[in-house]
Design a binder for this molecule. Structure first.
Ligand code: AMP
Length: 296
């Protein structure tokens, strides 16, 4: 008798890679016909532990896991980083093989938008503030591509990270409003050892910027501490968070906000479940992060 280690080496199989919409429909049709529960993890690739945590959750909830890798042009503004966004499909496939992903859908822009893009989702109210204000059209592009992926993959559950908190709320609301037959799961933020939220964009940071960036999670921790100490005035908390960023040299801040956790309405006093959110530039790199404040 030979053991696996003697004969086969690593046992991980690469996931099936599909780039074609018609082929995806055929494969998904077959999977659905067997009654398997399908989990979907939409990503833009350049995968890290944050993405992989979503994959792990899907693998434990579902019978068949689909990861999509698509840098969606319609969610980037004209001066944003669409062109230089990291594309690392080979490394992504190797990482996903370790996790037993069944299928990776990695279409080209032409495959996703063969006739260009002319039909868009009109986004809900929760998309209008914060990221929606700083990145006009962003959520319109996100909601549209996510609905397309839902229609293509026909998953039972789709997994999103709290890292993009407002995005989760936008998708949940879209799914509710349009009766899309899918459950949305929001998974916790995965952080580096020093607290920085993992992000594909962290690789843009040089050493000095990487150190500065830690002020973002520190600022969120400070909010948590102030709330734990009894502070309820959001202006006071936001000012303290701003100072933390400022003293680390992070001066280009899109927003530091405390908002209602369900609909992101501005709050002057902390009298309900809320969330602290930051979007700021470290050097030329725009980073976002957030933390739920529920300690009252
Ligand atoms: P992206 O590739 O940036 O579009 O992200 C794909 C999915 O991974 C989104 O649902 C993100 O919210 C999620 N994600 C990204 N970074 C993290 C992280 N650090 N922790 C948890 N989820 C994340």
């Amino acid at each position: 008798l030979k053991t696996n280690t003697e004969t086969d080496g690593p046992t991980a199989d690469r996931p099936q890679l599909v780039a074609d919409v018609a082929e995806l429909r055929t494969v998904i049709g077959n999977v659905r016909a067997t009654g398997q529960r399908i989990g979907l993890v939409p990503t833009m690739g350049a995968l890290h532990e944050g993405h992989l945590s979503l994959v792990r959750t899907s693998r434990s909830d579902c019978d068949y896991t689909v990861v999509t890798v698509f840098v969606n042009p319609t969610q980037f503004g004209p001066h944003e980083d669409f062109k230089r966004y990291p594309r690392t499909l080979d490394a992504d496939l190797a990482a996903l093989a370790e996790y037993g992903v069944d299928l990776v859908f990695a279409p080209t822009s032409d495959a996703m938008y063969p006739q260009g893009s002319s039909t868009f989702i009109e986004t809900p109210q929760v998309a209008k503030t914060l990221e929606g204000q700083c990145r006009p059209g962003h959520f319109r592009g996100v909601a549209t591509v996510v609905l397309k992926l839902f229609n293509l993959v026909q998953a039972h559950i789709s997994y999103f990270g709290q890292k993009d908190y407002q995005q989760c709320l936008v998708i949940r609301r879209m799914v509710d409003d349009l009766n899309v037959p899918i459950a949305i799961r929001m998974c916790p933020i995965v952080r580096e050892a020093d607290g920085l939220a993992m992000s594909s964009r962290n690789r843009y940071l040089n050493d000095q910027e990487r150190q500065q960036a830690v002020a973002i999670p520190r600022s969120l921790q400070l909010a948590e501490q102030l709330v734990a100490a009894g502070e309820r005035d959001t202006r006071t908390i936001v000012d303290a968070m701003q100072r933390t960023l400022d003293s680390a040299g992070i001066t280009r801040v899109d927003y530091v906000a405390i908002a209602g956790a369900e609909s992101l309405e501005a709050l002057s006093r902390l009298d309900r479940e809320s969330v602290a959110l930051i979007a700021a530039y470290v050097g030329k790199t725009r980073l976002i992060d957030n933390h739920l404040l529920s300690n009252f």
